[in-house]
Design a protein around this ligand. Structure first.
Ligand SMILES: Nc1ncnc2c1ncn2[C@@H]1O[C@H](COP(=O)(O)OP(=O)(O)OP(=O)(O)O)[C@@H](O)[C@H]1O
Ligand SMILES: [Mg+2]
Length: 120
């Protein structure tokens, strides 16, 4: 499927020796927006941290395909270069750094300043 941007298959994940995610299947196609709902502690953040590649989150089964490539063994910076980013629920306040500037920095190389400004 060439239009599939992110395809997660049978994904199981352990954190500090405890299995948190069990056989997750989840696909995001180009242009789609998804919202994850679920009770506290159900694994939403775990799924996102795993997609981002935080080393604490160990994939024990399954694959995470991005644009046709399995990214499970890629370090976080390579995933970021491929277009994966994560913003925190409660981002730390850093005086002088606007959220907009951070988004611009993250999107550098993928979206031009003009494209970002057009979404204001
Ligand atoms: N770093 C960690 N070490 C140990 N256990 C963890 C860690 N992170 C998450 N867990 C456990 O994994 C489970 C899923 O937590 P997670 O934070 O992914 O849920 P969530 O759906 O994002 O919850 P919330 O709605 O509160 O944000 C919980 O049982 C939590 O205690
Ligand atoms: Mg969470």
């Amino acid at each position: 499927m060439s239009d599939t941007t992110l395809e997660i298959k049978d994904l199981s994940v352990e954190v500090e020796g405890r299995q948190i995610l069990h056989d997750i299947n989840f696909t995001v196609k180009t242009g789609e927006t998804h919202v994850l709902f679920g009770p506290n502690g159900s694994g939403k953040t775990t799924l996102l941290m795993t997609i981002m590649g935080s080393p604490k989150y160990k994939v024990t089964r399954g694959s995470i395909m991005l644009k046709g490539k399995d990214i499970v063994n890629l370090p976080m910076d390579e995933r970021a270069r491929m277009g994966i980013g994560m913003s925190m629920q409660r981002p730390p306040v850093v005086r002088g750094v606007k959220t907009r500037d951070m988004v611009t920095a993250c999107a550098r190389g993928r979206e031009t300043e003009e494209e970002l400004n057009s979404k204001k």
